[in-house]
Write a protein that binds this ligand. Structure first.
Ligand SMILES: Nc1ncnc2c1ncn2[C@@H]1O[C@H](COP(=O)(O)OP(=O)(O)OP(=O)(O)O)[C@@H](O)[C@H]1O
Ligand SMILES: [Mg+2]
Length: 371
């Protein structure tokens, strides 16, 4: 009994028709709607072979809790079905290729075409560790292998024009080279491609930008860098919801944004306000990362919650998104940042590295780059 559906149309039907699995999936309503996921055309792959059900669903929208909710509902329906003995269910966000294809550099080249996923890292206020999280997530993602067993290719775009710190964090001081007019080559270290304002301006020169300049610079940044093929491009944003964030969300085809916050309850409202603009411009909030969650005593293992507790999960709840995890306070994180060797590479066995690895895994499963 085999029925395989690809992108809504029946490709192969052996012995039995598609009725085998589709009527089962028709019992699953799209959350908040009376229509089912089959009639919505969300099933991109479904089969039922010898009792093993395999279902892949691709959804749009901006609700990062949806994949898990929908997955759970599909599994519940499958488990109630006598003909199904095991299952494999994947629910992922659809790739927005149309938006990516519209981006062209000044020289007519579409420099974003080879990038599979673009994720922004944002926060409501400054100093919460956004750049640290960006550098370490990039590092952790670069250690994940794709389906062919090759490491994922990662880039970082530092859009914090006022206080760029990514080059320092990733150990880069080299200037980017101009490949041709209006096309810069990113600089690479630890296998990660980087482009930052910090690489283009003199360290001694204070950067004073006006709104239109911010917009123009970000546009050039977004479109005039020869990124080549990337699985993930992480974009480090300046704090808040100013010109730069809005420009970016309009210029770059962002697949999602991750919000960084600290554990204080007082930071919850700031983080929420900072994050609110993203769904308005159709960028899904993938989840919340809480940084500086606790300091762990090396000897006793006791955790001290220097900045309070609960801010991350509460922000996630308020924004109706998922809590991606917590990152401890660790001197080695700061030292790694100051010396350009992210803790993921310097101390891969530390608890902090484990936290980054877990969060990177979570993000890559929310926004996969494979089929
Ligand atoms: N979990 C952590 N443990 C120890 N130090 C940390 C941690 N996270 C960040 N830091 C340190 O805190 C400082 C601020 O971090 P970072 O520059 O990443 O913040 P930011 O949110 O990017 O700041 P800005 O808003 O200015 O861009 C850095 O010195 C960094 O090394
Ligand atoms: Mg920063």
């Amino acid at each position: 009994m085999i029925a395989i559906l690809v992108r809504g149309s029946l490709m192969i039907a052996l012995n039995m028709t598609a009725e085998d699995i589709l009527p089962i999936l028709q019992k699953v309503k799209y959350p908040g709607y009376t229509r089912d996921i089959v009639s919505f055309g969300l099933i991109s792959d479904a089969s039922l072979i010898q009792g093993h059900a395999k279902v892949k669903v691709e959804i749009g929208g901006s609700d990062s809790t949806l994949p898990n909710t929908l997955k759970h509902e599909i599994e519940t329906v499958l488990e109630a079905e006598p003909s199904v003995s095991s299952h494999e269910v994947r629910v992922i966000f659809k790739k927005d290729n149309d938006a990516q294809n519209s981006q062209e550099a000044d020289n007519g080249k579409n420099t974003l075409a080879g990038i599979k996923r673009i994720i922004a890292i944002a926060s409501g206020k400054g100093g919460v560790g956004k750049s640290t999280i960006t550098a370490n997530l990039a590092s952790a993602l670069s250690k994940i292998n794709n389906d062919q067993g090759e490491p994922l290719t990662i880039g970082v775009m530092d859009c914090d024009l006022y206080g760029p710190s990514i080059p320092l964090q990733l150990g880069i001081s080299e200037q980017p080279t101009a490949l041709e007019e209006n096309l810069l080559s990113p600089v690479e270290n630890h296998g990660i491609k980087v482009m930052s304002m910090g690489l283009l301006v003199d360290e001694e020169t204070p950067v004073v930008w006006r709104g239109p300049m911010v917009m123009k610079t970000i546009q050039q940044f977004a479109t005039n860098v020869d990124w080549g093929e990337l699985d993930y491009l992480l974009v480090d944003l300046p704090p808040g919801t100013g010109d730069a964030q809005l420009s970016l969300a309009q210029i770059l085809p962002l697949d999602g944004v991750v919000i960084v916050t600290t554990p204080q309850k007082a930071a919850v409202e700031v983080a929420r306000r900072g994050a609110m603009m993203f769904p308005k411009v159709n960028v899904p909030i993938l989840g919340i990362i809480e940084n500086m969650s606790f300091l762990q005593d090396q000897e006793t293992g006791e955790k001290r919650f220097l900045f309070g507790q609960g801010g991350g999960p509460l922000t996630a709840k308020n924004l109706e998104t998922v809590f991606l995890g917590e990152v401890p306070l660790d001197e080695e994180i700061r030292l790694g940042g100051d010396h350009g060797i992210p803790i993921i590479f310097g101390h891969p066995d530390s608890a902090a590295s484990a936290a980054f690895t877990e969060i990177a895994g979570e993000i890559s499963s929310l926004l996969p780059t494979g089929d």
